[in-house]
Structures are given as structure tokens and as C-alpha cells.
Design a protein around this ligand. Structure first.
Ligand SMILES: [Zn+2]
Length: 334
């Protein structure tokens, strides 16, 4: 099968490799669509804390089950599924608390095991979620980034009627804003690039005098973090959604601002299985609209062109197609 393989940080190659065989409780999925995100660019260019090489990247995957490992019931054959990218132990403190994304034994597809930048991918059946009939693969695949955003909104303690400021108007910022609005909050995106304003209902180039109950930083910028903390209402919550370069995280916090304002800071990383179920439901029901956020549909063998778009912030959500069936590839837009 055709696959993108990262053997050392800084490069990737398109290779023909064997189709993997599903083990106990696993299924082989024919990849229909893989979402490309900024993390994939990071994985290839500078590596990632959780990355184990060599690796086929791709943690946003939907497709059709084409082979079953031992112990998997035959009724799962040919089911259309979304893949929750994590595999957790189920027994550690984080798992028992319902935060399996923080499991000490977490194995993430595209990081610890091979992901969806390939024609086929292996996943445990228990990590799959059936895609509702009538929900397009193109839409279902965006459940992964949306789930990470739902996790962040949950950790920020966002309540209906509250205001939320989202720093960064890229795909994550858009999913955060739309998820927050679906939860009954008033979301404002802070995005200096006017070219991205058309994707957002309520958007501002700078925070100005605005204040928020919750702030989420979806851009890797120390300045954005400083701004976001300063723009919080009393008892406001700052969600650390985007990682920063190590040097930038030092001396970033204004502890007095937290003390006098009783503000909280909470981290958010990845998502849980239940966020995937919720995201898929919200997308399928139209509670969160995603179609207009898909800016490019690109064949997997043109990955370099797709990465260049991410590098230059030249698109919104970019989808990759390892196979070009008429049902999933409708031609590139935007
Ligand atoms: Zn665990």
C-alpha cells in the first residue's frame, strides 16, 4: 500500500509498504480521508514529545473496515468508522477519572503507532466509532479536531451565557468558536489576519477592551497568552490549548494577576473517546457546521504542497485522500 513514512525528523518519503494485519480485537480500515493539521507539520519538521520513529503520521482518520482480527464479530465488516486516535490502559488514575487522554500508557495513532497517511490503517475495534448513515466522510473526519476543542471547552468550565475569547482564527479557532456557540456561549475570535475573518461569525483583529469569562489560546504565541490572561474577567479561566516553544514558556505568568483576579489556568491536550462521540453527533446533526471550513482536498502523494499551505497559513481545514474513490473525492476547492 502507499504510505507516507517519517524515518527521521525533517523529512518524509512516499513508500510502498505491506498492508498490516489486524491483531486481537483490531480491525483493518481502508482510509477514506485523513485530516491534515499543524501538529503533522510539527511532527515532520521538528518532532513531537509523543512521537516514536519510524512512523506513518495521521491522527485524523475515517474509513471502512475491510478485515477483522481475532475476536472481532463479523457484523463489523464494511462498517464506516471514525477512529478515536488514542488507546489507553483503562485502569490507571487518569483512565478511571475519565481522562484517558492522560493515561500513562497512552498510545496515539500517528505518534506511537501508524496513522492514516496510508491507504490502510490498523485500529482497535474499541477505538472506533460508527459514522451515522448520511454523514459524509469529509465531515466525519473533522470530529477529531472538534473533539480536542470540546475537551478544551469542558476543561475551561464554559457555561451557557458566558463569553469566550479565542486567540487564533485557524481551523482550531473556528472549531472552538463553533463548539462554544453550540454550548450557548458568546464566542469571539481574535485573529490579526483579515483573510481569515470570513470563517468566523464574530471576529476581531485585536482584543481591544473586550473581556472574557474564558480564554483559549489556539496559536503558539507567548504574546497571545499574555493578552488572553490580561483580558479575563474576575474568576476567568485561561485554557492552554496550544503548546509553546520551551524558551517562550519561561517567565510568562503574571501570578499577581491570577491572585487578585482569582483566575485559573488549565491545560488541554487531546481528547477522550466520549468527545469523539459528541463531536460526531454535533457534526451530523448540524449543531456544528464544518463544511465551509474545508478549504482544500488534496491527494496524499501531494503532501508537500499540503504542508506548504499549512506552513503559510494558506488554507483552513485541509483533507488528504489516500484513495480516490468517487464517493470521497469531489475535487479541490478554494
Ligand atoms: Zn490508563
Amino acid at each position: 500500500m502507499k504510505a507516507v513514512v517519517v524515518k527521521k525528523i525533517g523529512s518524509f518519503s512516499l513508500e510502498d509498504i505491506g498492508i498490516p494485519e489486524p491483531g486481537d480485537g483490531e480491525v483493518l480500515i481502508e482510509t477514506a480521508v485523513t485530516g491534515l493539521c499543524r501538529t503533522d507539520l510539527k511532527i515532520i519538521e521538528v518532532g513531537h514529545r509523543d512521537l516514536v520513529l519510524p512512523r506513518v503520521p495521521g491522527e485524523e482518520v475515517v474509513g471502512t473496515i475491510r478485515a477483522l482480527g481475532p475476536g472481532v464479530a463479523s457484523r463489523h465488516m464494511d462498517q464506516r468508522v471514525y477512529v478515536y486516535p488514542g488507546t489507553s490502559c483503562g485502569t490507571c488514575k487518569a483512565c478511571v477519572q475519565g481522562a484517558e487522554n492522560l493515561c500513562h500508557g497512552m498510545q496515539i495513532m500517528g505518534f506511537h503507532r501508524d496513522g492514516g497517511f496510508a491507504e490502510y490503517v490498523i485500529a482497535p475495534l474499541k477505538s472506533t466509532i460508527r459514522i451515522p448513515d448520511g454523514c459524509a466522510f469529509d465531515h466525519a473526519v473533522t470530529a477529531e479536531p472538534l473533539s480536542c476543542c470540546l475537551n478544551a471547552l469542558e476543561l475551561g468550565g464554559l457555561r451557557p451565557g458566558e463569553t469566550i475569547g479565542i486567540w487564533g482564527g485557524g481551523p482550531a479557532g473556528a472549531f472552538l468558536a463553533r463548539g462554544a456557540r453550540a454550548m450557548g456561549a458568546e464566542a469571539t475570535v481574535i485573529e490579526p489576519d483579515a483573510g481569515r475573518h470570513r470563517y468566523h461569525e464574530r471576529v476581531s483583529s485585536a482584543p481591544g477592551e473586550l473581556r472574557f469569562d474564558v480564554a483559549v489560546v489556539a496559536v503558539g504565541s507567548a504574546q497571545a497568552y499574555q493578552e488572553a490572561l490580561a483580558r479575563l474577567n474576575p474568576r476567568g479561566r485561561l485554557v492552554v490549548f496550544s503548546g509553546l516553544a520551551k524558551a517562550e514558556t519561561e517567565q510568562l505568568l503574571d501570578y499577581n494577576c491570577m491572585h487578585y483576579g482569582e483566575k485559573s489556568i488549565v491545560g488541554a491536550y487531546g481528547c477522550c473517546y466520549r468527545h469523539g462521540e459528541q463531536a460526531l453527533q454535533w457534526i451530523h446533526s448540524g449543531r456544528v457546521v464544518v463544511d465551509d471550513l474545508i478549504s482544500h482536498r488534496i491527494p496524499l502523494d501531494e503532501l508537500e504542497r499540503a504542508l506548504e499551505l499549512v506552513r503559510k497559513r494558506g488554507g483552513m481545514k485541509i483533507l488528504l485522500y489516500p484513495r480516490f474513490g468517487a464517493d470521497c473525492y469531489r475535487g479541490e476547492q478554494g
